[in-house]
Design a binder for this molecule. Structure first.
Ligand SMILES: [Zn+2]
Length: 279
């Protein structure tokens, strides 16, 4: 079962989450037939989106959007407040890099990562950061360090179609802790986080709580109620119809093939067919 298990260390010095997203990633990928290299980076983006969405309280949609001028033009992941995930990639198959761990530069060329939180009745929040040369994980850490002044540490591991992530963020400093003490504590916590072994992360006999207690038994750890992310695409015929109705007669005319307009959902691949005369 997929889970996001939030936790807190040392009375709120830092907050984090353990994430397992095997089924969610598998269900997203099953909607598409992407090359392996695209599947891998989309899986990574889904884990990062869940890590970020799991740590903020919002009532709406969180989106994680990578745009580039290289072989991969776009990766888009959206997560609702109840952790329903959908995602797609747009790429030029002929120019995809080969090899196991291509860098951001090889995948996206020059690009940027945009986060946004859209909430009903509120101004949308948006963050933007240039992609680092190396990885999406580095880009996310850079964004929080540079734009938000929040130290962030991430562990991402994928093995045989299974996907795990650990995220930890330092919270605003406690007044009673000196800067040196804070730096020491953060250093210790990140060393512990990164010490997690694959044979722990992928051991089905271990509960996520057990893994966290093993890693942080010397710290005060508080674990919060888990949530269960899953794939879900809410696309609906009526949305597509509404969109088609916003087009001019002439624009619609150009879309007809054999008297029909077929609209495909880019997230899940569902096809909606409209006959002439429906508008
Ligand atoms: Zn859909």
């Amino acid at each position: 079962m997929d889970i996001i298990l939030p936790f807190m260390l040392d009375n709120g010095f830092s907050r984090g989450a353990f994430i397992a997203a095997d089924q969610t990633v598998a269900d997203v990928l099953a909607c598409h037939s992407y090359p392996k290299v695209v599947e891998n980076v989309l899986g990574e983006a889904i884990l990062l989106a869940l890590a970020l969405a799991g740590n903020i309280k919002f009532n709406g949609i969180f989106s994680f959007n990578v745009r580039g001028d290289g072989a991969v033009k776009r990766l888009f992941v959206s997560v609702t407040n109840d952790k329903k995930v959908r995602a797609y990639a747009d790429f030029d198959a002929e120019h995809l890099p080969t090899g196991d761990n291509p860098t951001n530069q090889a995948l996206f060329g020059n690009g940027e990562l945009l986060f946004s939180v859209a909430q009903l009745g509120q101004e949308p929040y948006q963050g933007i950061v240039q992609l680092t040369q190396t990885s999406l994980k580095e880009t996310v850490s850079d964004y929080f360090r540079l734009s938000e002044q929040i130290k962030t540490d991430l562990v991402l591991r994928t093995k045989e179609g299974r996907h795990r992530c650990l995220v930890l963020q330092e919270m605003p400093h406690k007044e009673n802790l000196s800067a040196t003490k804070c730096a020491d504590l953060w250093e210790t916590q990140t060393v512990l986080l990164e010490s997690v072994q694959d044979n722990e992360l992928f051991d089905d006999s271990l509960q996520p709580e057990d893994i966290l207690y093993r890693l942080f038994h010397a710290n005060k750890i508080t674990v919060f109620p888990k949530t269960e992310p899953c794939f879900s695409c809410p696309c609906h015929r009526s949305q597509m119809e509404k969109f088609l109705k916003t087009l001019s007669e002439q624009e619609r005319e150009a879309l007809y093939q054999d008297g029909k307009i077929t609209v495909e959902c880019q997230f899940c691949g569902n096809k909606f067919v409209f006959e002439k005369g429906e508008f």
